[in-house]
Design a protein around this ligand. Structure first.
Ligand SMILES: C[S@@+](CC[C@H](N)C(=O)[O-])C[C@H]1O[C@@H](n2cnc3c(N)ncnc32)[C@H](O)[C@@H]1O
Length: 309
C-alpha cells in the first residue's frame, strides 16, 4: 500500500485499519514473534494437520507509523509533509507465515478494530479466519481451553497495552498442553500499580494486581516492614510497609510465578532494548509437557531471543 501523504497542518482522513501504537521496539517485538511463528510452523507442519495461530490482542492488522512534517530550510529545500507509513501488525504477520497456519483466530475488544479484522478476512477469502469480538480472557477461558487439542497445536500471542491478561487466562492456556505463547508482560503496569508505599496501593490497584498475578500473596512477597529513622526530636515515625523488589526483582517474581504454571518459560527479553527503565518483559512460554516438544521449543526460542539481542 502506498504511504498516505498529507500537507503539513491539514487533517488526514483516517483509514479503517489505522492503529498508531508502540515505537521502534514494537518492530523488534514483532520481528521476534514472526521469527518464532515461522520456525514453529516449519517444524510442526510435517507432524500436525491442525496448526493454529491465535492473536488475542490483534489490533487492526496494521500498525501506522507517523513521520512528522519537516519545514524547508534556507537552502531552499522544500517542506516535507507529514507521512503515515503502514506496517504489518501481528494479525497480518500471522497470515503471512509460510508454511501457512490452517486456522487463524483474531480477537479484539474494540469494535473499530474488529471491523478492520473482518476486512482482513475478506482480503483472504481462501483462509480459515475467525474474528472474535470481545474480551479475549472470556473466549480463552470459556472456549479455547475446552477445545479438544489432541491433534492440534497452536501458537498464541498476548500483546496487551497494559495489565489486561488475567492469570486465569494463562492457567487456561497452560491446561491445553498444546499451545506455545508469546506474552508481552507490562512490567511498567506492575511497578506503577505496586507503589513503593503499600498505603498508596488502593483497593482497585490491589484487585488488578491480584488478577494479573493470580494470588494476593504478592503483598507478602514484594513488601516488607521498614522502620523510618528517629528524627532530631527523638520522634520515631510509625513503621511503613515498602516494596522491597526493584524492577529486576519484580521481573524475577513474575518469571517465578509463570514457571509455576508452564513447564517451560524462557528467560524474558527486556523492552525497550538497552534503555532503562525496562517497560516490558517479552516471555516465550510452552504448555506442552512432552520432553521432545520442550527441547524443540527451547532450541527455537533461545536461538531467536539470542539473535534478537
Ligand atoms: C497493543 S494493541 C495490539 C497490537 C497488535 N498485536 C498488532 O501488532 O497490531 C492491543 C489491542 O488489544 C485490544 N484489547 C484491549 N483489551 C482487550 C481485551 N480484554 N480483549 C481483547 N482485546 C483487547 C485493543 O483494542 C488493541 O487493539
Amino acid at each position: 500500500m502506498l504511504p498516505r501523504v498529507g500537507i503539513r497542518g491539514t487533517h488526514l482522513a483516517r483509514d479503517a485499519d489505522e492503529h498508531e501504537f508502540g515505537s521502534d521496539d514494537t518492530d523488534t517485538k514483532l520481528r521476534l514473534v514472526r521469527d518464532y511463528l515461522s520456525a514453529y510452523a516449519t517444524a510442526l507442519r510435517p507432524k500436525f494437520n491442525h496448526l493454529w495461530y491465535i492473536d488475542a490482542f490483534a489490533g487492526t492488522g496494521s500498525r501506522s507509523v507517523k513521520h512528522p512534517a519537516r519545514p524547508g530550510d534556507f537552502m531552499n529545500v522544500e517542506d516535507v509533509p507529514e507521512r503515515v507509513e503502514k506496517r504489518p501488525g501481528s494479525a497480518r504477520i500471522g497470515l503471512e507465515i509460510s508454511p501457512a497456519f490452517d486456522r487463524v483466530i483474531l480477537m479484539d475488544s474494540k469494535p473499530r478494530h474488529i471491523a478492520a479484522l473482518e476486512a482482513l478476512k475478506v482480503e483472504h477469502p481462501h483462509r480459515d479466519i475467525h474474528v472474535v469480538p470481545g474480551d479475549c480472557n472470556r473466549f480463552i477461558q470459556d472456549q479455547l481451553a475446552k477445545t479438544n487439542w489432541a491433534s492440534k497445536r497452536a501458537a498464541l500471542f498476548l500483546d496487551p497495552y497494559g495489565m489486561e491478561v488475567e492469570w486465569a487466562t494463562l492457567k487456561a492456556i497452560a491446561s491445553t498442553e498444546a499451545i506455545d505463547v508469546w506474552y508481552l508482560f507490562s512490567l511498567e503496569g506492575l511497578y506503577r500499580n505496586a507503589a513503593h508505599d503499600i498505603n498508596d496501593v488502593d483497593q482497585v490497584k490491589r484487585a488488578a494486581l491480584t488478577k494479573l498475578l493470580g494470588t494476593d500473596e504478592w503483598e507478602r512477597e514484594l513488601y516488607s516492614v521498614h522502620q523510618p529513622p528517629t528524627d532530631l526530636f527523638d520522634y520515631t515515625p510509625p513503621e511503613e510497609r515498602r516494596r522491597n523488589a526493584d524492577v529486576a526483582g519484580l521481573e524475577a517474581y513474575v518469571t517465578r510465578r509463570l514457571r509455576e504454571i508452564f513447564p517451560m518459560v524462557l528467560d524474558p527479553y527486556a523492552l525497550p532494548v538497552g534503555r532503562k527503565p525496562q517497560r516490558f518483559s517479552l516471555y516465550c512460554m510452552i504448555s506442552n509437557k512432552d520432553g521432545k516438544a520442550l527441547g524443540l521449543a527451547r532450541r527455537i526460542g533461545d536461538h531467536i531471543l539470542k539473535a534478537g539481542k
